[in-house]
Design a protein around this ligand. Structure first.
Ligand code: ASP
Length: 323
């Protein structure tokens, strides 16, 4: 009887505790530097998440480094109480192939909350590059073999994956320069310290529009309609047949976060993604809000698994690893 009462009391306490969720600030870990594309997506989303989460305070914590694996690792080990979450991108799916000793298991150390958006990428260069279009860029790259710097956000980052495929397609090896995120990489591209970068439109469209960097192509199979990007050719049509990379973002909680909390977060995510302001922001940056079933936890997890299987062999074939 005493055991039964204790069990009942524990269940009751847990129910009461989670019925009140959230009753303190929620931290969203962004595994890249502040001001970059993943950070922008997370901050815009956090604003739209507040209302459906009972006006909770949501704090963004930037834990950049090692292509996003430091931040993801931090969340994997955080208390599974719904107060530490992760917003990450395609790096969730590329890191298992890139890191021999990844300190977490992408499919087993997280509760999947749902997917946020799809974001195309762009190939951009410093404004002082003599090339003005893809054909001229290819000529310049051939003439400058061995001297080209390509910025990225570390092994496992979206910019790393895109840069890897771009070098393969162009058949030119470049010196990669890793940063804690593509916000600091963009600063150096603006300053002319690096030559090229492949990055999400969420980081590049404003700079392209302002004429601060040169834009050469988009990485999607089809051209984009976003005003700042609609005149850019695809890499596929520029002679890099089959080039097709789209980055996606998703939200995750540590494994063991109660299902009721994950469901509450998923419902809040669904409400936030219908927010008109959020959609306007995403649209202007070239991001496409997810409306299909990848917004559901189980479907998003299946999608990430499919992405692991899609990119793993491509990355392994390129022979790039980190310990
Ligand atoms: N765009 C970066 C990447 O290459 C990440 C970031 O800084 O948000 O993955």
């Amino acid at each position: 009887m005493k055991k039964l009462l204790t069990a009942l009391a524990t269940t009751l306490t847990a129910t009461v505790a989670f019925a009140a969720y959230p009753d303190k600030p929620i931290t969203i870990v962004v595994p890249f530097a502040a001001g970059g594309p993943t950070d922008k997506v997370a901050r815009d989303l956090a604003e739209a998440l507040r209302k459906p989460l009972n006006n909770a305070t949501i704090v963004i914590e930037n834990v950049g480094g090692a292509g996003g694996t430091l931040g993801a690792g931090k969340v994997a080990k955080a208390a599974p109480d719904g107060y530490t979450l992760l917003v990450h991108h395609i790096g969730m799916a590329t890191s298992p192939a890139l890191y021999r000793k990844l300190p977490f298991d992408v499919l087993n150390d997280f509760e999947y909350v749902g997917m946020i958006n799809d974001v195309p990428m762009t190939v951009v260069g410093r404004s002082t590059l003599p090339a003005n279009n893809m054909a001229e860029l290819r000529t310049w790259m051939t003439a400058n073999k061995g001297k080209i710097n390509l910025a990225n956000a570390g092994l496992g980052a979206a910019s790393h994956l895109c840069g890897l495929l771009f070098q393969q397609a162009a058949q030119i090896d470049m010196t990669t320069v890793p940063y804690k995120g593509t916000a600091p990489a963009m600063t150096d591209l603006l300053g002319g310290q690096v030559d090229l970068m492949c990055d999400q439109t969420t980081n590049t469209s404003g700079q392209i529009e302002g004429g601060k960097i040169k834009a050469f192509a988009v990485t999607t199979q089809k051209r984009l309609t976003t005003p700042a990007l609609k005149n850019l050719p695809t890499l596929d049509e520029s002679g890099m047949k089959g080039f097709n990379v789209t980055i996606w973002h998703g939200m995750y909680a540590p494994k063991g976060t109660p299902k009721a909390v994950v469901d509450q977060l998923n419902n809040a995510l669904k409400t936030a993604l219908k927010d008109a302001d959020l959609n306007k922001k995403f649209e202007s940056l070239g991001a496409v809000t997810v409306t299909d079933n990848r917004i559901n936890p189980a479907d998003h997890k299946r999608f990430v698994e499919a992405e692991i299987n899609k990119w793993g062999p491509v990355i392994k074939a390129a022979g790039q690893y980190a310990d």
